[in-house]
Write a protein that binds this ligand. Sequence first.
Ligand code: FAD
Ligand code: NAD
Length: 407
Amino acid sequence: MQVTKPKVVVLGAGYAGMMTTKRLTEKLQPEEAEITLVNKHNYHYQTTWLHEVAAGTINQNRSRIMISDVIDKNRVNLIHDTVVKINKNDQRIVLENDEIDYDYLVIGLGFEKATFGIPGMDEHAFSIVSVDSSRMIREHIEYQFARYKVEEAENDHLLTIIVGGGGFTGIEFIGELAEKVPQLCKKYDIDRRKVRVINIEAAPTILPGFDQDLVDYARKSLEFRDIEFKTGTMIKECKADAVIVGKEEEEEEEIKAGTIVWTGGVQANSIIGDSGFELTKGKVNVDPDLRAPGYPNIFILGDCAWVMNPETGKPYPPTAQIAIQEADTCANNIEALLYGGQMEQFIFDDKGTVASLGGREGMGVVFGDKKLYGMTAKAMKNVIDDRYLFLLGGAGLVLKKGKFRPF
Ligand code: FAD
Ligand code: NAD
């Protein structure tokens, strides 16, 4: 007699989805559960490297990992399709080309840009949200440099790149641009002084809330490489070739640009809200065991979820680091649900925050309060990236995709 196995479906092959799937294959025997992973591409990508793809300092292929290279196809049913809707009440997932059902669901569909209703932002600005969107930025910047050389008209603004939002994504991206722009100037025979890279941040400082010493270090390092900052300056509108900005009580100013990239915020994949999950500031407040409130068989992980820090009562910032750790708790809890064990609560082990500033530059804080600057920070960032590759695909993946030098 054929025994029906419980169906565990994981949506999204990002950090949360890949690591949950990997852990489930390690914990459960083939006869214990049928595991399915659904992703819109046949590859997983290093979201944490997308700013490098966008600036063109690494090739997009470096950031991509074929899912079947690291997930055992004999253990996991890999579905290459796009999720359209989650029908929670029927326990069914609507895909673009099929429908599947589940007993246990893990949602790891990641983030999308949040533009907060700023007029023109959705239509005119690029964003760093996927390999494809990042590759477009690189190609657009290069196209603008090429165009500048052949057009007769006054067109210096084609060489202006505006990055809206000075959070970690915006700052890491301009760090890469600081390295890439001189290379492009050489390639297209353009005077570097004609190119402007402007970071616009609404808060009084870039990286609001982060350690002031490290923020000062980042700003100085970037200014030294000719990056301009406009802090305390809100982008109010985005046009095809300009942004409108203004400080609170001052007059508005239009800044013309050939490339506008929005790094001003992220929210959960809109499928979550469209499927009827209750959102708080764009994401779902999950229970301490990472389940969606009211849905005992649905886990929501990574950038789709807010997990509360019990010490501060505020949610942890959504990062790859937390998504990877959530995967362990989620896999343990699915095993507990299958066998009636004790559910565990997610405890975040904060290993610190390190940001690349392009080239050999970086800064960050690790082990609680140890501050790192320059090449040491950059080397640590590479160690963090390589550690993830090791967790996912062992030494082979580190050798294939890893970063071994601080530049
Ligand atoms: P994602 O990594 O976004 O994965 C979601 C997956 O779901 C993707 O594979 C996507 O293709 C798939 N998907 C989406 N929609 C669908 C659909 N409809 N159907 C099927 N599949 C779908 N965090 C850090 O901790 N350290 C860093 O250094 C760091 N650097 C960053 C640099 C940049 C440029 C950016 C943008 C973010 C960075 N972050 C960093 C944040 C981190 O990348 C995110 O928090 C992390 O990617 C969240 O992981 P996730 O698994 O939730 O989602
Ligand atoms: P974010 O929300 O952290 O930063 C967005 C920034 O844009 C904010 O500083 C905000 O003040 C600014 N902003 C918003 N509206 C604006 C406007 N109208 N005009 C000008 N500025 C405006 O978003 P992010 O940088 O994409 O980061 C998303 C998440 O990913 C965060 O949790 C972050 O910690 C994480 N991340 C981590 C790293 C790292 O650890 N190295 C790198 C990238 C991202």
